[in-house]
Design a protein around this ligand. Structure first.
Ligand code: FMN
Length: 366
């Protein structure tokens, strides 16, 4: 079965293709320091030769804001992550850290000196934020600030290696800073970072190149979400825009450890299935390296097997992996999955975090 056949990720040889998708859980300390519970949580989901991608992690103080989301820019955060990487490695797992900058999804109440959040352009996310207030209008990053932010990604990637990670995943998906530059709905710049596809994708490609040069392409992955509508994302030409990124990567950065793309119109904040007619096939046919497909497998676990069989993809699970620490064994043996509890996705404490059970009745029951 393709899903349980080996595959190379950079210089790591994985033993199967089931991946823990990046999942924000807000269980770090108020200083963004990973806790012993986080080591337990990731350790529970680690398997020999399996890939875990961490929750999105702030690259600098200015990149963030959400309380209890982790960072990778202070000495204490690096130390905190060491307990996580140690625990995962003791089980034979491979772990990449996802690098995060919120851009306009932040707010001045969460930033140092109440600074305004930044983005590609002075355009707020349409609608209200999670506190019921209108989203704040960000200010547009200047050219020197774009270059400085690229260096923040580089520094964070180096810190990740110091913390024991096997690599990093640049988060350029789901409406956060890099995605705000890519999508035509949120980028109205008139300089070399706006307008044409080449210009709107420049920031992401520069970050991936700079991180690859600093820590090695074989330790660098990238996440994209061409059809995500989360946080006001919309692009006039998704196939062309993300097709350009993938073509550029294949031409200039084909040694990247993997490309990770979210399936069209997957909505993880509802329990609905995607009814998309779009497909990642055009990107998959250009990219020759390891390819991770994410989204939709939680609601349709059997699809992971058939999809991997048909494409050779690695398959990332989000919500199902939250509720099933032994997901890899459950899929292997077709054991029943425990349903996830959405009400504890983002709440403090162990409930819905480290207390999900492994499968007890070890009989085929799917
Ligand atoms: C609680 C929760 C937190 C998430 N946090 C992140 C994140 O930090 N970074 C990211 O790229 N995607 C994040 N996602 C999206 C997931 O990685 C994944 O793409 C999505 O859940 C679809 O996969 P699924 O159908 O298997 O759940 C999150 C999803 C959920 C449900």
């Amino acid at each position: 079965m393709a899903l349980f056949s080996p595959v190379k990720i950079g210089h790591h040889s994985l033993k199967h293709r089931i991946v823990l998708a990046p999942l924000t859980r807000f269980r770090a300390s108020s200083e963004g320091v990973p806790t012993p519970d986080m080591a337990t949580y990731y350790g529970q989901r680690a398997t020999n030769g399996g890939l875990l991608i961490t929750e999105a992690t702030f690259i600098s103080q200015l990149s963030g804001g959400f309380p209890n989301a982790p960072g990778i820019y202070t000495a204490a955060q690096i130390e905190g992550w060491k307990q996580v990487t140690k625990e995962v490695h003791s089980k034979g797992g491979v772990i990449f850290l996802q690098l995060w900058h919120l851009g306009r999804a932040s707010s001045s109440s969460m930033l140092p000196n109440n600074e305004r959040p930044v983005s590609a352009s002075e355009l707020a996310i349409p609608g209200k934020n999670r506190f019921g207030e209108p989203n704040e209008v960000p200010r547009a990053l200047t050219l020197p600030e774009i270059h400085a932010t690229t260096q923040d990604y580089v520094k964070a990637a180096k810190n990740a290696l110091e913390a024991g990670f096997d690599g990093v995943e640049v988060h350029s998906a789901n409406g956060y800073l890099l995605d705000q530059f890519i999508n035509s709905s949120s980028n109205k710049r008139t300089d070399i970072y706006g307008g044409s596809i080449e210009n709107r994708t420049r920031f992401t490609l520069e970050v991936v190149k700079a991180v690859s040069e600093a820590i090695g392409a074989d330790r660098t992955g990238l996440r994209l979400s061409p059809w995500s509508e989360f946080q006001g994302m919309e692009d006039e030409t998704p196939y062309e825009t993300w097709g350009y990124i993938v073509k550029e990567l294949q031409t200039r950065l084909s040694g990247l450890s993997y490309l990770h793309i979210v399936e069209p119109r997957v909505k993880f904040f509802t329990d609905d299935r995607s009814t998309a007619t779009e497909t990642l096939d055009p990107f998959r046919s250009v990219w020759k390296g390891a390819f991770i497909s994410a989204g939709g497998y939680t609601l349709d676990p059997e699809k992971a097997t058939s999809h991997s069989e048909a494409t050779g993809d690695l398959v990332a699970f989000g919500r199902a992996f939250i509720a099933n620490p032994d997901l890899v064994e459950r899929i292997r043996h077709q054991w029943k999955l425990t349903p996830y509890d959405r009400s504890t996705f983002y709440t403090p404490g162990n409930k819905g975090y480290t207390d999900y059970k492994i499968y007890e009745n070890r009989q085929a029951s799917l």
